[in-house]
Ligand binder design. Sequence first.
Ligand code: NAP
Length: 462
Amino acid sequence: MNGNNTPFVMDNKFVFLIFGASGDLASLKIFPTIFELALQKRFTNDFLVLGYSRSKLTKKEFQDKFRKSIQNKFDMDEYFEKVLDDLVQKIDYISGEYDKLEDFKICDKYIQDKIDSNLIISYFAVPPFLFKPIIQNLSSIKNDRDFRLIIEKPFGEDEQSASDLFLQISELFCENDIYLLDHYLGKKPIRSILPLRSRNRALNTLLKPEEISNIQITAYEDMGVEDRIGYYDDNGVIKDMVQSHLLQILSLLTMNIPILQGSNDISNHKNSILSSLKFEEDEKNISIAQYENYPTKKSTPTSVELKLKINRQDYYDVPIYIRSGKNYAKKHTYICVELKKFEFQDEDTPPNRILIEFYPEEKISIKLVDIDGVLSSINDIEISDSLSCEGDFCLPSHGVLFLDVFKKDKRYFLSFNEIVSAWKFTDTVTSFIKKNNIKTTKYPIGETKMNKLDFKWYEGIS
Ligand SMILES: NC(=O)c1ccc[n+]([C@@H]2O[C@H](COP(=O)([O-])OP(=O)(O)OC[C@H]3O[C@@H](n4cnc5c(N)ncnc54)[C@H](OP(=O)(O)O)[C@@H]3O)[C@@H](O)[C@H]2O)c1
């Protein structure tokens, strides 16, 4: 975020080194993001995008792969083609093994012959078991240069594996150089939570735990697992959606607001929430289900409804409900905070509510009861585009986060501690499911609502 909203441009020379450049993540997310940054003229100096993987591709074949991924994704016009032609000149490829230092030395020499740059941004688009050898080899060729490592979630598969991973990383690199990316933190509405809370004392006063009756977070997706089945089948919705994306939203909503908002301040305050999360082990507090015609025979849950709490004196009496599922009728993501009522108000009077909508609308509204007893919005705060748009071009979440890496701004990346705390919580949920043999029920594709717990969700958002 630029204080004066002047678009940030990268005016240093840099190398963007993509490990696993032959794979899906590279083609689906990384190449298009680099293209979008180029469209926005964010690179004003020389740079090199270097793909690295084992596949024996020529430079031309890799450039064609890059070009194809852009042409598949965008509605190309003459201007787009021109930007792409220029960009492709900066794209190069080198084939190597991930566990051979010799290959990394060759790669390093190749880079140094091509560009005189001190900044190497490495993106890990490889399966997690390759993180360690790559990090080990990078640390051997690093010297005094500015190496920034971007690693995308999932970080491990439970508390133990995440702790092991971070221990290995921190033996070789400083945590400061590691950008642990959860793309939800590149989404504009999620990045708006803290600034809006910090700038509006009235809003934040309403969000004090003593004023809150309950917090609800809903994330319906309208797609199934599609081609992510290999990953998804071993993980399911709790690890895929709750562990990082939704707990991050919850922590931004409920954390104390630090006066200084550097990345460590924000992370420590988020972690104070994440490390206090508690699942009370009772079948009443969880429901899991799977959509009909799920592609494998496993009972991997594709939807979950969960009640949890923040085990701290201030939030102790505030129940939190989270629900998320795939293949629902509509994609819909929102937070509803229900505020307490006066003791004398009857049951039929609706509570005041604060709604933070992420999708399809992006806005915040405060719902008050009018003199006829009807709940109405007193205001809608549209969430500004200033964080991610430049002229006609708005960046997707990866683009916003890549810019943060260029700026060395880690406020919207995760810390080791946050991730371990979040796993610790989800581990209690997944082991409860296992221990108590909680059944995964079925729901039809296109289901409209998830409402299995003994709790009345706010369904007033159409
Ligand atoms: N795909 C997505 O949309 C997505 C979204 C979020 C996170 N992620 C995460 O990002 C990472 C990469 O995802 P991806 O879908 O791009 O994975 P992928 O296509 O399976 O793997 C990426 C590349 O890694 C190399 N590789 C794969 N398996 C290997 C093995 N057993 N040994 C050595 N090299 C191997 C391959 O390149 P070479 O054989 O050419 O070396 C492959 O092209 C994963 O951790 C995934 O969980 C993916």
